[in-house]
Design a protein around this ligand. Structure first.
Ligand SMILES: Nc1ncnc2c1ncn2[C@@H]1O[C@H](COP(=O)(O)OP(=O)(O)O)[C@@H](O)[C@H]1O
Ligand SMILES: [Mg+2]
Length: 287
């Protein structure tokens, strides 16, 4: 991709070490360099423990970095406090794997989506109510969902509600950390289709994190491959097969291919079985 624009987000030499009393220090991020461009979806893939969530938590200020810099629109936002931090949080939203973790079980979905609109003084009163309905519709949920409690929604519907809340504040960037990983494959696909649509419509930049390369490849323009706290390779999503060099990327690709092959084989086997059954049926009919 040809990047004429300046990055909206830059990670420079970002490191994070967890020091726990009585434990060996863990270098969860080691001098990570990444750039996110306006309108881009950057995928991040890597096995469990490679530092993906730590990266997301550092970018959203849920975690303090050990060293290095986070730059947002050419400004250093690594160490913000108070009001500046609050307004920065509005710009970068995050969607987690477990929507239930951010729901208040006693707050109805409508109030849940409205909350940041009020808190960030984006809208109030009747206008906010209307906006909630518009957002629900936008993510494929009925207006009646506003009156429901989180536990009355399926996993996929919950994640849609979380996405509605995230896009409601009109952020510049949304981070998705394993946002579809807990969902059934078909629901996962529906959510990814929604993300692709929203992206086309809103132009929001995003970082899409998953341990599953096949999923990441579907939604991302470029893919950063993480391994033991480092970004070992960045590849254009469309050229993944031809241009990936790092052995770790290759092994990830091999596992994606083997899953595809297995699915293919299973399908072929099922067809064979069905043909076999038809054969027996026909024999018994004619016999
Ligand atoms: N709060 C924490 N305290 C100590 N170690 C942590 C903490 N969070 C993550 N780690 C460690 O940091 C490394 C990266 O973890 P994480 O960012 O969660 O990886 P991923 O999201 O890729 O699975 C792992 O070794 C993990 O055990
Ligand atoms: Mg994680």
């Amino acid at each position: 991709m040809d990047h004429k624009e300046l990055p909206i987000l830059e990670l420079r030499n970002l490191s994070k070490t967890y020091e726990l009393k009585g434990h060996r220090a863990v270098d969860a991020l080691k001098a990570v360099h990444l750039e996110l461009y306006p309108g881009e979806c950057l995928g991040i893939v890597g096995e469990s423990g490679s530092g993906k969530s730590t990266l997301a938590r550092c970018v959203t200020h849920l975690e303090r970095v050990t060293s290095g810099q986070i730059r947002y629109r050419q400004q250093d936002i690594t160490r913000l406090n108070g009001k500046a931090l609050r307004s920065q949080r509005e710009r970068i939203q995050m969607v987690f794997q477990e929507p239930s973790a951010i729901f208040n079980p006693r707050m109805k979905i409508g109030a849940f989506i409205r909350e940041p609109l009020i808190n960030y003084k984006i809208m109030k009163g009747q206008q906010a109510e209307q906006e909630v309905l518009r957002l629900l519709e936008r993510v494929g949920l009925s207006a009646a969902t506003a009156g429901k409690y989180p536990h009355e929604l399926s996993g996929g519907e919950q994640q849609r509600a979380v996405i509605a809340r995230a896009i409601g504040v009109r952020p510049d960037i949304i981070l998705f950390d394993e946002a579809t990983s807990a969902l059934d494959v078909s629901i996962q696909q529906q959510i990814m289709d929604l993300l692709l649509e929203l992206r086309k419509e809103t132009g929001i930049s995003s970082i899409f994190i998953s341990h599953d390369l096949a999923v990441v490849q579907q939604v991302s323009d470029r893919i950063a491959v993480m391994y033991q706290g480092e970004v070992v390779e960045i590849v254009e999503s469309s050229q993944l097969t031809s241009s990936a060099n790092h052995p770790y990327t290759r092994s990830l690709m091999a596992s994606v291919l083997s899953v595809r092959e297995m699915k293919h084989k299973m399908k072929a086997q099922k067809q064979e079985e069905e043909q076999g059954r038809m054969g027996v049926l026909q024999e018994s009919l004619s016999g």
